[in-house]
Write a protein that binds this ligand. Structure first.
Ligand code: R5P
Length: 315
């Protein structure tokens, strides 16, 4: 197997390759002066992609990531089908089709939060993006998708995997928290699995989002006096959710508060804001970020193995 990546998920692609003991190849990515993207599979990688199944690791964030992912998948499909015709007539123009074996692994699935239609006429963006990608690959792996139900009826197998086991290992060894808090009901499954793995107490808050920057939590007694607490969520964007939860914890006597997530978007100065409320911020490198301390490689590997099994390609 070979792992390839473009411009936006190199860290995770290398972590996956290292976990599996496979080779990693960079695809060539550039921008034209008008900002449109260009991608090319280098000659030595063309050979590797035809010899064995391939995992493309690529994010659908920011928007340019969606286009880049589609272009890379399209080029990989052409190479594996032996469609190599080129105007300069370099190399063989056609080769035999080597068959199925293209897996897309998406560390951060952009547009995942628009997963329902709230008003008539709205696009269910998460599903729309996934359906486009599914036309160009044989299986998909998605890391800590906000609400997996939105991709439950895809035309290809999809593995929903989580970095929470690695996040729990990291918190246990670096913070050793007494208590794990889910900052809203949506993160209960993820955060409680972390508490269970660490073997510590757990609770959750009920959150209402007034707007993108305003969060309100329902008052709740939490048994955190004198304790070290880690707040666990799937993603941190503005940091508003974590800051309000940390305030609630401090006001109830928590002596140390950490924030941990899979996806560190950290928009608009979020890290500086967070560090006014918490003692540490911990994330995977699903998106390039300054708090990337948890490897996502093992989680992606679990998903890739699942899809290889479903496609009958396990070695
Ligand atoms: C929402 O339900 C998510 O799980 C996160 O809690 C949310 O996206 C975090 O956003 P922010 O950091 O802007 O509060």
């Amino acid at each position: 197997m070979v792992v390839v990546s473009g411009s936006n998920a190199t860290t995770m692609a290398k972590q996956l390759a290292e976990t599996m003991g496979w080779d990693h190849h960079d695809l060539e990515t550039r921008r034209f002066p008008d900002t449109e993207g260009y991608i090319r599979i280098p000659s030595e990688t063309i050979e590797a992609l035809r010899e064995e199944p391939v995992v493309l690791v690529s994010n659908t964030f920011p928007d340019s990531g969606i286009v880049e992912t589609l272009l890379m998948l399209d080029a990989i499909q052409d190479v594996r089908a032996g469609r190599l015709q080129n105007l300069r007539e370099i190399g063989p123009q056609t080769l035999p089709d080597v068959g199925k074996g293209v897996i897309l692994a998406v560390p951060y699935f952009g547009y995942s939060r628009q997963d329902k239609r709230f008003k008539p006429g709205e696009s269910i963006s998460a599903r729309a993006i996934a359906n486009m990608l599914a036309t160009r690959c044989d299986g998909m792996v998605v890391l800590d998708l906000h609400a997996p139900a939105v991709l439950s009826e895809m035309s290809i197998p999809v593995a929903f995997i989580s970095a929470m086991p690695e996040l729990a290992d990291h918190l246990k060894s670096s913070v050793n928290p007494d208590f794990i808090l889910s900052p809203d009901k949506g993160a209960i499954d993820r955060a409680s699995s972390v508490a269970q793995q660490i073997g510590c107490e757990f609770s959750y808050l009920e959150k209402t989002r007034i707007d993108a920057h305003t969060i309100v939590h329902k008052a709740k007694d939490l048994d955190v006096d004198g304790k070290s607490v880690a707040i666990v969520d799937d993603m941190i964007a503005t940091g508003g959710t974590i800051c309000r939860a940390a305030e609630a914890l401090r006001s109830q006597g928590a002596v140390e508060v950490h924030a941990a997530c899979s996806h560190g978007l950290f928009t608009g100065g979020a890290i500086a804001r967070l560090l006014r409320y918490v003692d540490g911020v911990h994330a995977t490198g699903s998106l390039p970020n300054a708090r990337d301390v948890i490897s996502g490689g093992p989680a992606l590997a679990r998903g890739v193995n699942e899809i290889l099994g479903e496609l009958g390609l396990s070695s």
